[in-house]
Design a binder for this molecule. Structure first.
Ligand SMILES: [Zn+2]
Length: 299
C-alpha cells in the first residue's frame, strides 16, 4: 500500500483571515485515545482564530477518529432544543454530524410534529433511522454535491452541534447548511469557545482542545461576521446556556489516564465533577463559559 501522509504541510497564514501573524497556542498529544503523535494548535494574532497546524490529512483524521460513546446528557440536549421553541414550529429539521442521532431523539419530545433528518459520514445515521430516531438518514458529508443536491432548500431548521470544530473547511460547511435551509429558516450552532478562560487555566488538559480531532476553534465574533457576510440575521448568541459543566472532571480524567494513576482519578473525579456543577451557575456568566450557541436566520 502506498504511504499516505498523516499531516498536510504546515501553513504560514491564518485559514480564517489570511494573516501571517501566527503564534503557537498549544502542543498536545492525543490525551483521550492515547494514540501516538504530537499536535499543535496555532492562534492568529489578528482574528484570534485557533487551528491545528500542520493539519491532519483525511487519512490522518480517520486514523485518530473516535467513535463517540460518551454518555448522552439528555437534559442538555433538551435544553439546546428548547432554544428553538421561540420560533414558529418547524416542519423539517436536519441535524448535521448526527452520529447515533441522540439530539433528534431528544428534540422530538418537544417538537412532536417535526420531521427530523440526519446527515453523518458513518452508517450510524442509517442505524438511527432504522431505530426510529430519524425520519431520513443521509450518509456522507453535507458538503458533498450528491448529498447537498437532495437537501437544497428543504429545511426550517439545520442544527450543527459541536460539529464545525471537526471539519476541514468550516466555511464550506456553513455554506452547505445555508443551502439546505429554506429562506427564513434557522441555523442552530453550538461550538467550543476558544476564548474560554478554562483554555488558559487547564492548557492541554482542557477537553475542548481534544487533539488531534479538533481542527478549528472559531471565535464567536468570527462566526458571527461570517454568517452576516452570508446574508444571515443573527437572532441569538448565548454563552451562558451553552456552557457544559465538565471541564474539571474531564481534566482530572485525562490526567489520570495519561499518568496511569487510576486510583487518584477515582478519588478526584467525583469531587471535580461536583465542583463543575457547583461552580456552573457562576462560571457560565463569566469568561469561563466553555461554549457558545448561535441562532442565525437565513436571509
Ligand atoms: Zn486570522
Amino acid at each position: 500500500m502506498p504511504y499516505r501522509p498523516v499531516h498536510e504541510p504546515r501553513r504560514d497564514d491564518c485559514p480564517w483571515c489570511g494573516s501571517k501573524r501566527l503564534r503557537t497556542r498549544l502542543r498536545a498529544p492525543d490525551l483521550r485515545l492515547r494514540r501516538p503523535g504530537l499536535f499543535a494548535l496555532d492562534e492568529c494574532r489578528d482574528c484570534a482564530h485557533v487551528f491545528q497546524n500542520p493539519r491532519l490529512t483525511s487519512e490522518g483524521l480517520e486514523l485518530y477518529a473516535a467513535e463517540e460513546n460518551r454518555p448522552v446528557d439528555r437534559g442538555r440536549l433538551l435544553a439546546t432544543a428548547r432554544t428553538m421553541l421561540r420560533f414558529p414550529e418547524p416542519e423539517s429539521w436536519l441535524d448535521v454530524g448526527t452520529g447515533d442521532a441522540p439530539f433528534p431523539a431528544a428534540a422530538r419530545e418537544l417538537f412532536a410534529y417535526t420531521a427530523f433528518d440526519g446527515v453523518d459520514p458513518t452508517r450510524r445515521a442509517e442505524r438511527a433511522r432504522v431505530a426510529g430516531r430519524l425520519d431520513e438518514a443521509h450518509v456522507g458529508q453535507l458538503t458533498e454535491p450528491q448529498v447537498l443536491s437532495r437537501l437544497r432548500g428543504r429545511y426550517d431548521v439545520v442544527s450543527m452541534l459541536h460539529h464545525l470544530e471537526h471539519t476541514r473547511d468550516p466555511r464550506r460547511e456553513l455554506a452547505a447548511a445555508l443551502t439546505a435551509l429554506r429562506p427564513g429558516g434557522h441555523l442552530l450552532l453550538e461550538l467550543p469557545d476558544p476564548a474560554s478562560a478554562f483554555a488558559r487555566v487547564l492548557g492541554k488538559w482542557w477537553h475542548s482542545y481534544d487533539q488531534p480531532r479538533h481542527l478549528h476553534l472559531i471565535t464567536l465574533a468570527n462566526l458571527r461576521s461570517e454568517l452576516e457576510a452570508r446574508g444571515c440575521e443573527i437572532v441569538l448568541t448565548d454563552r451562558r446556556a451553552a456552557h457544559a459543566p465538565l471541564d474539571l472532571a474531564a481534566a482530572v480524567s485525562l490526567y489520570a489516564d495519561r499518568t496511569r494513576v487510576p486510583r487518584a482519578a477515582g478519588s478526584l473525579s467525583a469531587p471535580a465533577a461536583a465542583l463543575d456543577h457547583l461552580l456552573a451557575p457562576v462560571l457560565r456568566r463569566t469568561r469561563f463559559s466553555n461554549a457558545y450557541r448561535i441562532v442565525a436566520r437565513r436571509g
